[in-house]
Ligand binder design. Sequence first.
Ligand code: M6R
Length: 365
Amino acid sequence: EVGGFSDFMSKEIDEQPRSLRDTLAGRVDQEGRISLDELNITQEELKTIQKVVIVGCGTSLHAGMVARYALEHFVRVPVEIDVSSEFRYRDPVLSPTTLVVGVSQSGETLDTMVALSEAKASGAKTLVVSNVVGSSMARMADAVLYTRAGPEISVASTKTFIAQIGALEILALYLADLKRTLYPSEVNELIGRLNAVPEAISVALSQIKEYERVAQRLLGYDRFYFIGRNVGYPVALEGALKLKEITYTPSEGYPAGELKHGPIAMIDEQAVVVAIAPKGALYEKVLANVEEVRARGAKVVLVVNEMPAGHMASDDDVFLVPQVHQLFSPMVDVVPLQVLAHYTSVARGLDPDRPRNLAKTVTVE
Ligand code: M6R
């Protein structure tokens, strides 16, 4: 038992509103100007950035994938994203107007560290988002943006995922302000929307018992497929990673539109399809993909902002989550998926904090 919780993972899930609030706090001054932590890149240099490349592993990669949508939408800058261990070996095209962003909770993951140092050596500007003050990557990169999630003990990342997305959203708004791709009033409005997310996460957390009741009904199934579009896609990947990491259940994340290009062949009565469908432009599209898997016998679970009247079958299950700005929705939508993985792990008599074969920090290639 840890501080009233059965394990570190459930404690860290509970700490998520605070983790995000602390990460956002103090980053915006009275005039609405955003400030970053250790920024040894001048504003003039940042204004000339033509391309952003994001690298990371596992959950940190998924946070980077979420940020790509905000950077492209708010800053109108092309964004590439790659797994650190692939980026290193691919002869990437970098220049002094490229900003390479490494995302790493520990700041010690070797693959991400080498990716960043090679990017730096090739003349690109480097920035790291890290949860550990003075970590190797924080010392090496040109700029650091700290998440303030506090120490994360559980091997499965939860509160640092949400904090990483929060920090990267701040970076996107900072660049948008600097490059004037958004009006100051728009930046302010978005900061207000971002500041509302911790409370939305608290509301999601108040539904834990309900999420666990759904998780309990899913215990007998063989395989899980998580699907989403746009920012829902990295949430799908993260939901699948959490579940496989701490429950060893075969689970995959797919862009919902890809189903019919192969994965749908796997769907039968033993498969669960968890669809991330926040309100927004692609809501109906995701629900149309859900129809396709339901017709093939899958057990359907929807992550939605309200009951989708007319789009449900009687044995569908629902994870209700509060609605926030669509680009910020992964920070809320991931919560029931974390709870699903945690509940399943405990129900199967496993230790969610110490999954087999895994280390918290991977400092080898
Ligand atoms: O410390 P880092 O953020 O660089 O670690 C990256 C991954 O090893 C990490 O996110 C891993 O995927 C977690 N166990 C996921 O829960």
